[in-house]
Write a protein that binds this ligand. Structure first.
Ligand code: BMA
Length: 341
């Protein structure tokens, strides 16, 4: 009797599950059907690959500073502008921002992975990027009003450090930078850090913001900031990547965190699960298979939609969109985390 009742219950559950098809994860970000939206074949001059673009809104248009890699393996940045961020790209016919090794020897092996923050207080965009020095990657900063002329401030942190972005305003009287120094001992984990500055040049008060987890976690061992921090009514929305090492190589996936608006070293929420990972063919095939690597996103206030641009397999640029309200609803359902380090 007892057995029958249990069976009946489980059959009912089974049928409900079949009907509701609840065995798939709900994707917050939806890939654009024209993906990949930009690749080497779209470039006005020969490049091996284009990927990992910094993104901002400029004069009501979508502006990408795309990383383009040449056949030496060195990267530079090229501007691509479009009304809707999907088609009709106006791409500079030569590199927009190249290594300048005379003045900045730390750019010896190129410039990579920009993040762009509009800083109203300065009336300028702050572009952080990786200067690939012979001593390892470094965080460099350039300011611009128009993406034509750049005030290069050079390297602002020692190697190895990358995946940096500036917050769009001073917080408690200081500029705040997220960055990712490499741990000298990989077993200790490579974490996301935060530093502050009074002048954008000298950075101090460095502390771990968001630590890599360990063991089987998708973000075990190594994490890094993806897009620039996005200010929302609920807190700073942070998109970050986690790198899982497998027998077949690394898998780059994305998670979310929410930071306190006035004290951003406090993590209010952090997603346990990744929210986006390599699935489409253009994310699984290419120079670095299994990498989805956004360096920027833009928010359309009129529609509430976020456009995330990302490097796919270090080979092309793809677009995925999400509703900000859904991202916030999701992250608010995630566990809280008290910052201890
Ligand atoms: C990271 C960075 C990115 C790259 C990714 C996958 O460490 O170097 O530029 O897209 O690896 O190769």
């Amino acid at each position: 009797m007892y057995f029958d009742k249990e069976m009946a219950l489980s059959m009912q559950q089974f049928e409900t599950r079949l009907k509701s098809n609840d065995n798939t994860y709900k994707d917050l970000f939806v890939r654009h059907k024209s993906n990949p939206i930009l690749s080497a074949k779209d470039w006005p001059y020969p490049v091996n690959t284009v990927f990992n673009p910094g993104v901002t809104l400029y004069q009501n248009k979508v502006l990408l500073m795309a990383r383009a890699e040449d056949r030496r393996g060195f990267s530079h940045l090229t501007k691509a502008v479009s009304e809707n961020g999907i088609v009709n790209w106006m791409i500079d016919t030569k590199p927009t921002f190249e290594a300048n090794t005379d003045e900045f020897p730390e750019e010896a092996w190129g410039v990579e992975d920009p993040r762009i923050t509009w800083v109203a207080e300065l009336g300028k965009y702050a572009m952080t990027y990786t200067a690939y020095s012979e001593a390892g990657p470094r965080v460099s900063l350039a300011l611009t009003k128009d993406f034509v002329e750049f005030e290069r401030m050079g390297a602002i942190l020692p190697p190895e450090d990358k995946d940096a972005a500036l917050f769009p305003r001073q917080i408690n009287g200081k500029w705040v930078l997220i960055h990712r120094p490499m741990a000298p001992n990989i077993l200790r984990g490579t974490h996301i850090w935060m530093s502050t500055s009074a002048d954008l040049k000298i950075w101090s008060e460095s502390k771990i913001l968001l630590a890599a987890r360990s063991g089987a976690w998708w973000d075990a061992g190594k994490v890094g900031l993806s897009a620039q921090p996005l200010e929302t009514t609920e807190g700073w929305l942070i998109l970050y990547h986690g790198v899982r090492q497998t027998a077949a190589g690394s898998i780059y996936r994305l998670g979310l965190a929410l930071l306190d608006l006035e004290n951003p070293c406090v993590i209010l929420r952090r997603s346990d699960e990744w929210i986006f990972g390599p699935q489409a063919y253009y994310e699984r095939e290419g120079d670095v298979a299994g990498a989805v690597f956004p360096c920027g996103w833009i928010m359309d206030d009129a529609t509430g939609i976020i456009k995330m641009f990302y490097g796919a397999a270090d080979t092309s640029i793809a677009l995925a969109t999400a509703k900000l309200s859904e991202l916030l609803e999701y992250i608010k359902s995630c566990p809280g985390e008290v910052q201890v380090k």
